[in-house]
Every structure is written in C-alpha cells, then in structure tokens.
Write a protein that binds this ligand. Structure first.
Ligand SMILES: [Zn+2]
Length: 459
C-alpha cells in the first residue's frame, strides 16, 4: 500500500508530505461499505451486491458481499439499494479566476488566490469530483505551492488539484475572459521561436510538471497562431521526456494539425462544420485522448432552474444569468445536428473520450455541476451510460498519469460517490448524490452549501 502512495504522489511532493497525507486522511480504523451496486469505473461489469473495505484513506479490499473479509473491529455501513461509483476525474478545468458574481463572468488576476482555488476545488468535490486538472491557465508557482499544501493536509477537504503548464504565442492562450486573469500573472510561457519552445518545456520538466497545454489556432484572427515549427518543437521536446501534450484546437484545420503533430490530448470538438473523413482517419491512426468541452458557455440548466445546478450558486448570480444569459439560440437545432454527427464520428474512429468541461470560464457552467452536464450530453449524442462513466473516471485518470484514482479497486484512493439511483439505467442518475467520500472521509456537503449561500454578495 505504501508503495502505491509513493508512486502516485512522489512526482509532485516530497516523501515526508506523502506520509503525512496518507496517515492523516481518515481514521485508521477500517470501515466496510456493503450492499451497494459497485460500478468499478473501467469497462468491467458492475458488482450487483458488493462490499469494500476502506482504511487509511484507501480501498484495501473489494468484491462481492460475503466474499470480502473485513478486519476485526471494522465499522460497517449498510449501502443496500445504493450505487457506488468512483469519484469523477475532470481533465480540463479553468480554476481560480471566477468569483461567481456576474453572469458575464468576472475573471481577474487578483482573484487567483489559494483560497479561491480551494473554493473551486470544493465545488468540484461537492459534485463528486475527486481530482480536477487545470488546463494551462493557472499560475505555476502558486499551483506548485498549493499542491504541496494540499498534500500536507493544510486545506479542508476538496478535489485533488493537478494542472498543466501553458505554452502560448505572445498574448495567446486563454480566451477573452480568462486572458484578463492569466496575463498579469504570467501563468503561461510565451514563446516566439522553436528554441524558446524547447526551453519552456525544459523549464516545465525542471519544475517536475508532467503535462503541458498548448493553444493552436488564431481565434478567428484575433492573434497570430503558434507557428507549426514552434509547436512541433514543443511536442518533440516534451515527448522525448515523457511529457503529455494537451492541445486546444477548435477548428477542423487546427484539429488535423494537432493530430498530425502528435499531440496526446485533444481539447474541444469541432462545432461549426461537419467533420470529414480526413479527420476521422487521423483519429483512427493516432487514437488521441479527447475532451469534448461541449458544456462551455451552456447555461441551460440554470435557465431551467434545475436545482442540482442552482443549489451551489448564490441567488444573485442565478437571477443575473436568468435575466441576461438565457436567450435562445436560433441556430441551436443545426448545431445539435452537427454535434451528433461529429461526436459519433470521432467516437467511431476511436477517440479516447475523457471528461473535460472547461468549467470556470463562465459562471453558468459551474465547477462540478458542469461536469455532470457534459457526461449527460455524451449519452444524449449517442454514447451508452457505461461508456460515459469510464470516460469520466478511469480514462481521465489514465491520461493524467494518476495511478491511484479513477476506479474502485484494492489499493486505490477511497474517492467515491454514493448514489441513490443507478446511472447505468439513466446517466442523469449521477446527479442523485447521497454522499461523496474523498480519501475515505465523508465530505460535509451541507457545510459547503451553507458557505456558498451565505457568501451572497450584498450589492
Ligand atoms: Zn480550456
């Protein structure tokens, strides 16, 4: 068990911190959770009446009820009638800038504090997300320190924080909302020529960061795109050092370029045109991980007053979104047809789908709740619930190189969601959350809700 602890965390934190983390997470007494249907999170069949043992924040045994031996003196929790699934893993979020004050968003550099980052990770945790990865817009030094503090248990319980270092052309990178926040903080490495790209990768490696985000494309001509010589150098330098490259690419041309250049995680789906066989062939050849990010800017759940989404937002922001952010899109039907075509064409070609929702860019698709929206959209576009759950748990963990989260299995972190209904029957049942456990400890979701409702701005 100790060996697994080290493998998973040693990349980021020192040995001493890891030991403190694993010992302080949960009471050392074993707890047996029994009777629930267990959804493992990989492609394996669920266990209809299962049991698992949690000790020191980890799952130490798991199987059919009756076949799992509990340590003597273990406490028992009866979960008959419930479904347990792994906590979600979100591979693409933008943390730290949003303050949930205005429908239009209010991303400013000064908002990015450890306290605001923690609040955003608590929002993810509230909705059952155990690990969430920032997509290249977080300040690097603050992020590294935050990880050390989180591993040392200096913060209250929240989703585990990971992040990509961003490499962009001058003034490039995050879009019009986030860029206001990122540029003054120098969150990104700004590079002009290939040697600078390679030097940026080397600097990332020196900081022990294993994931890089690059932005392809010119955002409709709003700034000069990163030249191919630069991103090819970045990808080459990264791959020589086993660093994973996540690439923002929204157009058909940019997605093809990203795949030809050999990126590992493709972020976004083409939404403005039908994708063609050439892109399909590239996906078939390269088998990229793929974060769809369909939810970005989608406020329909708040507009519909869906309590699952509005419960964690202040009344003020809900009213603002409903007043200013709920105009119907006259092109919605045509867009939906393109999404259906493009999504299943990518899936049929073998894209390795994973959860990434761009939550944090706009308040309407908020941390955690936006993740559930994204998952349900996949099913809506043609995926089975079982496939969607894999794409929201074990596959993002695999893509992020996180060996101890993403499935329910012996040796894994005890990060799990207890559901009142079975999401294999209806994917929207991922929203029927009874409890969330992180590192074996039950999250106090009521206290978090009280905090967010109390934090109501007065003006
Ligand atoms: Zn993004």
């Amino acid at each position: 068990m100790r060996r697994i602890t080290l493998t998973a965390c040693a990349l980021i934190v020192g040995l001493a911190s890891v030991v403190v983390y694993s010992q302080a997470i949960a009471p050392s007494a074993a707890v047996v959770y029994e009777g629930a249907r267990l959804i493992i999170g990989d492609a394996s069949a669920p266990i209809d009446s299962g049991a698992f043992v949690v000790q020191n924040g980890r799952i130490t045994a798991l199987g059919r009820r009756g076949a799992v031996r509990a340590p003597s003196g273990a406490a028992r929790v009866d979960l008959t009638g419930k479904t347990v699934m792994p906590a979600l893993v979100n591979a693409h979020v933008h943390f730290g800038y949003e303050t949930f004050t205005r429908a239009a968003g209010e991303s400013l550099a000064e908002n990015f504090t450890p306290a605001n980052l923690l609040d955003h990770l608590q929002r993810e945790a509230f909705y059952g997300v155990g690990t969430a990865n920032d997509g290249g817009s977080a300040p690097v030094a603050l992020s590294l320190q935050f990880q050390l503090d989180q591993a040392a248990r200096n913060f209250s319980p929240a989703a585990q924080y990971t992040f990509n270092a961003g490499i962009v052309p001058p003034n490039g990178g995050p879009d019009s909302i986030l860029i206001k926040g990122t540029r003054p903080l120098h969150a990104n490495y700004e590079v002009i020529r290939a040697p600078e790209g390679r030097a940026a990768v080397q600097d990332v490696i020196a900081k022990n960061i294993r994931h890089i985000k690059i932005w392809l494309g010119d955002r409709n001509g709003s700034y000069p795109a990163m030249p191919w010589q630069v991103y090819e150098a970045i990808i080459d330098e990264a791959h020589k050092n086993n660093i994973t490259i996540h690439a923002h690419a929204t157009t058909l041309r940019d997605q093809k370029e990203a795949l030809r250049a050999g990126i590992d995680v493709l972020v976004h789906m083409v939404q403005n045109v039908l994708i063609d066989d050439e892109l399909g062939a590239l996906v078939r050849e390269k088998k990229p991980y793929w974060a769809t990010v369909i939810s970005l800017g989608d406020r329909s759940d708040v507009c519909d007053n869906d309590p699952f989404f509005t419960q964690s937002l202040s009344d003020r922001i809900i009213a603002d979104i409903r007043a200013n952010g709920c105009a119907t899109n006259p092109n919605a039907a045509a867009r939906e047809e393109r999404l259906k075509h493009n999504f299943m064409k990518m899936m049929d070609a073998g894209a390795r789908l994973l959860l990434g929702a761009d939550t944090g860019v706009r308040p309407g698709d908020a941390f955690g709740s936006g993740d559930h929206h994204e998952i349900a959209r996949w099913v809506n576009l043609g995926l089975t619930p079982a496939q969607a759950i894999v794409a929201a748990t074990s596959r993002p963990a695999e893509a992020l190189g996180l060996k101890d989260v993403g499935t329910l299995a012996e040796g894994k972190m005890a990060d799990f969601i207890v559901l009142n209904a079975n999401p294999l029957d209806d994917i929207r049942n991922t929203r029927q959350i009874a409890n969330v456990y992180l590192r074996g400890a039950r999250l106090d979701r009521d206290a978090l809700l009280a905090k967010w409702k109390k934090a109501e701005p007065t003006q």
